[in-house]
Design a protein around this ligand. Structure first.
Ligand code: 5AD
Ligand code: FES
Length: 353
């Protein structure tokens, strides 16, 4: 395929914010071409700067429990992994993380955990209300997996603002290869629509290069995201974990991850897209590169350092030994080098289109 045709497709994507499936496939097959990568990076940055300037939003991630009732085949903290040392933070410990985060300039706290039934509705509502009461200028994002409509509603009424739940893959056969029989794509998608209906700002997404994923699967994921219009889109490379059946699979490709960030930026220009920790794990400057391909959010870890290593969804996760203050200092420097800066703000999604 000639460069002119591929550049033409990128221009078309900028204008029409969509492409035909076969056209997406051409782009996804061009990731080894540096001219194509440079061109789409430039276009994605133009769009990102138009909507967000040089500002990067930060979210403080609090991994408050690594207990999980699920057994997703790719995940290091899945229930059947007996090598994981399980932990739960107490309400007070979680609250302390928020306090520390607030002083460092965080105005969004992401409460993430495995699907841990110890944290029932009563405990979660109490926790959410307490954080909201004490940090009334902050947003709370939950990332705690699949729940019922009524449960999601309770958390929302207690003050949760946003919810992250990656769909993982929109192809049912692929979904079955990544998950045991007691999990279903149908329920996951139902959850996403429930969350939207309740009024959450919703984030979804998928892993790049997960086992058995084809480029066609990825195109379907892009089209699903376009249709669902989540406020936030989290994508990052799959990275194998030594205690899973996928331990010998290779990690997702860097350039493919980057071009997908750029494609999503061009498809949904005003959405919030993080440069993920997984991206920073497969490449030393992966997060910076993510930003240079259209990401506008970073999610540094606010969990106590002593539990960081225990929340390993995949091998070699970065920043597991660093205090939050050090990470922030490090990130500020890194961002400065690429002409970006952190903004102290809740960073809510604002519809601009
Ligand atoms: N590699 C990369 N990402 C992973 N996740 C879980 N396991 C892995 C892995 N091995 C992602 C999933 C999940 C999110 C919390 O982390 O997409 O939704
Ligand atoms: Fe955590 Fe650099 S961002 S140490």
């Amino acid at each position: 395929m000639s460069k002119e045709i591929i550049f033409g497709l990128i221009d078309k994507l900028c204008e029409e914010k969509n492409l035909r499936p076969e056209e997406f496939l051409v782009l996804l097959n061009s990731v080894e071409d540096n001219f194509v990568m440079d061109y789409i990076s430039r276009k994605a940055q133009e769009v990102t700067k138009k909507y967000f300037g040089n500002k990067i939003y930060i979210r403080g991630l609090i991994e408050f429990s690594n207990f999980c009732k699920n057994n997703c085949f790719y995940c290091g903290i899945r229930k059947d992994n007996l090598n994981v040392i399980r932990y739960r933070l107490s309400e007070d410990e979680i609250f302390e993380c928020c306090k520390k985060g607030y002083d460092l300039g965080f105005r969004t706290f992401v409460l993430q955990s495995g699907e841990d039934l110890f944290f029932d509705d009563k405990k979660l509502v109490k926790l959410i209300s307490r954080i909201k009461k004490n940090f009334s200028d902050c947003a709370i994002t939950l990332s705690i997996g699949e729940k019922s409509f009524d449960e999601y509603k309770k958390y929302f009424e207690a003050g949760a603002d946003r919810f992250l739940l990656r769909h993982e893959t929109i192809n049912n056969l692929h979904y079955k290869k990544l998950h045991p029989d007691d999990m279903s794509l149908k329920n996951r998608i139902k959850c996403l629509y429930d969350l939207k209906k309740i009024g959450y700002q919703v984030g979804t997404g998928f892993m790049i290069g997960s086992p058995y994923q084809s480029l066609k699967n990825i195109v379907s994921d892009l089209l699903f995201i376009k249709k669902f219009r989540p406020e936030m889109i989290g994508i990052g490379p799959f990275i194998s974990h030594k205690d899973t059946r996928f331990c010998d699979f290779k990690s997702g490709n860097l350039n493919l991850s980057l071009i997908l960030i750029a494609i999503l930026r061009l498809m949904l220009p005003d959405r919030l897209i993080p440069a993920t920790t997984a991206l920073g794990t497969i490449d030393k400057t992966g997060r910076e590169k993510g930003i240079l391909f259209g990401a506008n959010v970073l999610m540094p870890n606010l969990s106590p350092v002593c539990v960081r290593k225990k929340y390993e969804l995949y091998d070699n996760k970065i920043c597991t030994g660093e205090e939050a203050a050090e990470c922030i200092k490090c990130l500020k420097l890194r961002l400065k080098k690429i002409g970006r800066e952190i903004i102290i703000s809740r960073g809510d999604f604002k519809k601009m289109l």
